[in-house]
Design a binder for this molecule. Sequence first.
Ligand code: SAM
Length: 244
Amino acid sequence: TGTLYLVPTPIGNLDDMTFRAVKTLQAVDLIAAEDTRNTQKLLNHFDIKTKQISFHEHNTQARIPELLARLQNGEAIAQVSDAGMPSISDPGKELVKAAIEAGIPVVPLPGANAALTALIASGITPQPFLFYGFLPRKASEQTAALEGLADQPEAVLFYESPYRVAKTLRAMQAVFGERQAVLARELTKKFEEFIRGSLTELIDYAEASARGEFVIIVAPGAPKPAAVSTLPLKAQVQAKITAG
Ligand code: SAM
């Protein structure tokens, strides 16, 4: 059988393409790309001549049987998305599952990813963290999702489209209250910027100017008062009893 390679691509800066990613895209029989025109620019830049086939969220189910057949026939296929890691808020996961079920080797390459790149320079304690990705767009579903995250002890990482950053930050503030948060803007690009502050401060920033691509990281809230006061209280009672 062949092999399915999962190949990350740059999230803005072409120099973030790894040597192995270039070599793999050169060596495979076929590249399954989210947007073949977009990927063609990358292939041209690195002088890669491999043929492409489109593989995106709207043709995933239709394409899987064809890709599996080619893999079973011994072909090597690389799957790429428009930017960063395939499957991370991008197409890929269904193909990966199908390949695993069919007994086809799946080989992931490490590389660019917006969430982790944002996290390591955010200044927010990086572990534990929770990667959420895109929130639902529908207001009621978005609120429900945020409520489910409100008491999580982890920093939470979100993706968001540039047009909705301010609105989403307001929705977060409505559910979480005031929190420390970070906007990581235009990572790896010319106007890369980190905006660190309270949700209120970030809302002010986003309402004034929010151009480009953003990762939003929200710090965990303070632990619930009940959870912190129970232990000392018990300990106090215990101490009293012991002192008799
Ligand atoms: N697969 C990608 C990855 O591994 O990061 C994510 C793809 S997702 C469709 C696109 C979202 O990722 C954007 O809306 C934004 O939230 C985030 N993103 C991608 N590139 C970015 C960049 N250069 N700077 C900041 N955020 C970025």
